[in-house]
Design a protein around this ligand. Structure first.
Ligand code: R5P
Length: 299
């Protein structure tokens, strides 16, 4: 990647995405911007930039989750804009609030739109990884692109000799199909009904999983209920091992315990949200998309 030997941009890693930002800086051979972050005694956030970025392009990398990290992002954007950056690209490894992408009941906020509009205020372009629904990209008022961590996850699963992929619901069927194609194995899907935020019902179905090493694939693991039901179903049907893999590992409200007590053999997530299960990096797909769409450089 000779073209990257010259300075194209500064990369600024927010507090929620330091690893992804460092990984991107190494891959793209671009400098990390020096910053000071601290919190006041009342927990309000403070940011100061230490490099002169006037007239320079800047790539801000910050997962917009949980709420506090969204406020941090808005302050980072303000500082970068005020310092006279030329072109600002915001990378949201995980775009929080994107699941409320429409009004399900009258009077609700369209949360994905509200957050996207605020982020767009001081951005020239946005990149996010595996959004829950692709159409949320239209909520940004600047060009917005998505990329997928599916091939990085598939590569990891291939090395683990996974030989069957399961989607825990119809929404994840295409993701399972793609993953299975990349590792050259079979896949299937389950039918899930969501009862409420933390309760789901999975319709029993005969799966060809006996003696297989199965990975269940989804975009998000939140409470772990979806995965836990599917793990139990697969174990009941004689799977030799069951791993769960997702792009965004939120792991809220006892999710890890739920997965482990369902007899999960391995939990795999990417670093869009940095946890102990971030075994796969989303940096490669972000870098590829950046080169193609923002920098217009052929890799
Ligand atoms: C929903 O459609 C998503 O793709 C995931 O299946 C969902 O967010 C998982 O949530 P939980 O872990 O709480 O079951």
């Amino acid at each position: 990647m000779d073209h990257l030997r010259r300075r194209l941009m500064f990369i600024l890693g927010g507090t929620s995405s330091k690893k992804v930002a460092t990984n991107l800086a190494n891959r793209l051979q671009q400098p990390l911007l020096h910053t000071t972050y601290k919190r006041f005694p009342d927990d309000e956030f403070y940011i100061r930039l230490h490099d002169n970025i006037a007239g320079q392009d800047v790539l801000i990398v910050q997962t917009a989750y949980p709420d506090q990290k969204i406020v941090e992002l808005l302050l980072i954007q303000d500082a970068v804009h005020d310092a006279g950056a030329k072109k600002v690209t915001v990378v949201l490894p995980y775009f929080g609030y994107s699941r409320q992408d429409k009004k399900f009941e009258d009077g609700e906020a369209i949360s994905a739109r509200a957050i996207a509009q605020h982020i767009s205020l001081h951005a020239d372009c946005v990149i996010t990884v595996d959004p829950h629904k692709e159409h949320i990209l239209k909520f940004f008022t600047v060009p917005a692109y998505s990329c997928s961590a599916v091939s990085a996850i598939a590569q990891y699963l291939k090395e683990k000799h996974i030989d069957f992929i399961l989607a825990p619901d119809k929404g994840a069927k295409e993701r399972a199909r793609e993953t299975a194609a990349l590792i050259n194995c079979e896949y299937d899907y389950l039918e899930k009904t969501r009862i409420d935020g933390s309760t789901v019902k999975v319709t029993p179905k005969k799966l060809d999983a006996r003696g297989r090493h199965v990975a269940i694939i989804d975009d998000i693991i939140s409470t772990g209920s979806t995965m836990a039901h599917s793990i139990k179903e697969l174990k009941k049907q004689g799977a030799a091992s069951v791993s769960v893999a997702c792009t965004h590992g939120l792991f809220v409200g006892g999710a890890k315990e739920k997965l482990l007590s369902a007899d999960c053999d391995e939990i795999i997530a990417t670093d869009t949200i940095e946890t102990e299960y971030s075994k796969v990096s989303a940096a490669e797909c972000i870098a590829e998309t950046l080169l193609k769409t923002v920098l217009h450089i052929k890799n």
